[in-house]
Design a protein around this ligand. Structure first.
Ligand SMILES: Nc1ncnc2c1ncn2[C@@H]1O[C@H](COP(=O)(O)OP(=O)(O)OP(=O)(O)O)[C@@H](O)[C@H]1O
Ligand SMILES: [Mg+2]
Length: 510
């Protein structure tokens, strides 16, 4: 096996094509990842970005095309070949072994365990501590934690460190920040700048436009599996990139009706759980309330408590004016509360079932009275959401595991939207979703509210919070630090409430 040893090696791929049983994922794509530069790869959900990276990582064999690294033609039959050639791709959905430590997860496959039998736990934890420190993540992750205990952000950090210990010449990131907080993103961006300055070639996939302008030198756009073009970041605009991605100008993302809120649907009075303290808030019918705050502020924990998935220690949750205590998510669902969770893939999707089955799961009870009617209505329901959310799939009969990351997320969202709940809680509903689809999702949320649904949205994207919400409730350290009507909400005000040190002497709870 050949090893690339020079300090800088560029990657060029020419004419890469890939079909999946009838789906043309890539069609003769050329791409350059020059040494010492960050090349962003953009495109709508299903455009072929992850497929391209999986070909570079040796996870997929291309049907056609050539790849060169440092001027030499390479051919990857397996991920091991790609690694040996100095290429690592940091996966969109990292694989984490649940019941072993962070340290073991980092050195997975690289441990000399076969020969030595047991490697001292302490020794590899110490090694992991040093490696985490070296890449700037030392303060964010304890090497002794177990895989199951990790947040999506921490899983992502494990994956990054796992790949970088190989000292690859070419490094590609597939939506690395979708689960990271702003601080973790800053740390990652410093690291990426360092990798670039060391002369490595960096590929970077993201749906977040502002990140592209912050970190990338060049943007390359794919649409429907084809290369549309490349631009120098200094020489293009957000508008131009969006147009290259979707093939048309996008009108305003946040085009919404202003509604009069109705009666209170959900009321929290002084609710305390293990992770949040004394939270009071109200969501009315026909109203969209955004929960803003930094990652770790307790928003997801609060949502889980409302949905019966965390014990409420004190305080009252009222649904339609009646105090309720939910012993399980099932009871909350029966009371008309639907929660579309943050970590969609693991929690929510049955990967080996079809798109139709996954969407219909939510309403199985109501559709299943007569078998033959059921099949028909399931298909209608699935088709409706495939169209509304532009889920890119050959048909409702496709297996969910064959969809692109963003399209899988749309399937989960479709399921919760199909449920017809009176109270809908959405935790980061547009994470990993492309700009065009975001606009569709915003429109659907708006329509639901207009039909009287009470919507509580957790979002870490401030433009989304401002665009969607009738009211913004800001949390910090498990407490509500402020509430803003949409007419008074600004990014600056929200941020101040999210980070200002209001509670410094009371002792943080989380
Ligand atoms: N194993 C597979 N079997 C069938 N189709 C697949 C498979 N993997 C990917 N596809 C299809 O190939 C196309 C490109 O998918 P890909 O995952 O590369 O998109 P992407 O650009 O990464 O999108 P996203 O932004 O949603 O992550 C999609 O239509 C997808 O459904
Ligand atoms: Mg992808």
């Amino acid at each position: 096996m050949r090893t690339v040893t020079q300090a800088s090696a560029s990657l060029t791929a020419r004419g890469i094509s890939k079909n999946f049983s009838g789906v043309r994922a890539l069609d003769g794509v050329d791409i350059d990842l020059p040494a010492g530069r960050v090349t962003a790869l953009m495109g709508e959900n299903g455009a072929g970005k992850s497929t391209l990276l999986k070909i570079l990582s040796g996870d997929h064999l291309p049907d056609a095309g050539e790849i060169e690294i440092g001027g030499e033609t390479v051919s990857f039959q397996t991920p091991f070949d790609a690694r040996s050639a100095g290429l690592r791709v940091i996966a969109q959905e990292p694989e984490i072994v649940p019941h072993v430590s962070v340290a073991e997860n980092i050195y997975l496959g690289a441990l000399p365990s076969g020969r030595l039998g047991r490697v001292s736990q302490r020794a590899i934890e110490e090694q992991a501590r040093q490696d985490l420190e070296r890449f700037g993540f030392g303060h964010l992750l304890d090497p002794a934690r177990l895989g199951v205990e990790l947040s999506p952000a921490q899983r992502q950090i494990v994956e990054i460190v796992r790949c970088l210990i190989d000292e690859p010449q070419v490094i590609c990131f597939d939506e690395p920040t979708s689960s990271l907080s702003d601080h973790e993103t800053d740390v990652l961006f410093e690291l990426i700048a360092r990798l670039r300055d060391e002369g490595r070639a960096v590929g970077y996939v993201s749906h977040r436009m502002h990140e592209i302008f912050r970190i990338a030198d060049t943007v390359t756009v794919l649409r429907d599996g084809r290369l549309i073009g490349s631009r120098e970041v200094t020489d293009t605009t957000e508008g131009e990139i969006v147009k290259m991605m979707v093939g048309r100008d996008l009108t305003s993302m946040y085009d919404r009706d202003r509604r009069e809120p109705g009666a209170p649907a959900l009321e929290l009075e002084d609710v305390t759980t293990d992770d949040v303290t004394g939270v009071s808030l109200t969501v009315h019918h026909g109203e969209v309330v955004a929960l803003a705050g930094l990652v770790g502020a307790g928003r997801t924990e609060l949502a889980l408590a409302i949905a019966g998935d965390r014990p409420v220690r004190s305080g009252v949750i009222k649904v339609e004016g009646t105090p309720r205590q939910f012993g399980s998510p099932r009871e909350a669902i029966a009371a008309g509360i639907a929660l579309a969770p943050e970590e969609r893939k693991a929690d929510a999707l049955v990967m080996v079932r079809t798109v139709r089955d996954n969407i219909a799961l939510a309403v199985l009870g109501s559709l299943s009275r007569f078998g033959f009617v059921k099949a028909r209505r399931e298909k209608d329901l699935a088709d409706r959401y495939i169209e509304q959310l532009h889920i890119r799939t050959p048909s409702a009969a496709q297996l969910v595991q064959n969809l692109s990351g963003g399209n899988q997320q749309k399937v989960v969202l479709a399921r919760w939207l199909a449920r017809d709940a009176g109270i809908l809680i959405l935790d980061e509903p547009t994470r990993g979703v492309d700009v065009g689809a975001k606009a569709e999702i915003y429109q659907i949320i708006d329509e639901l509210a207009s039909r009287g649904v009470a919507v509580l949205v957790i979002s870490s994207e401030l433009p989304e919070v401002l665009g969607l919400a009738d009211r913004v409730v800001v949390m910090q350290n498990g407490r509500v630090t402020g509430e803003l009507h949409h007419t008074e909400a600004t990014e600056e005000r929200i941020l101040t409430l999210a980070i200002a040190d209001h509670l410094s002497d009371e002792g943080a709870t989380s």
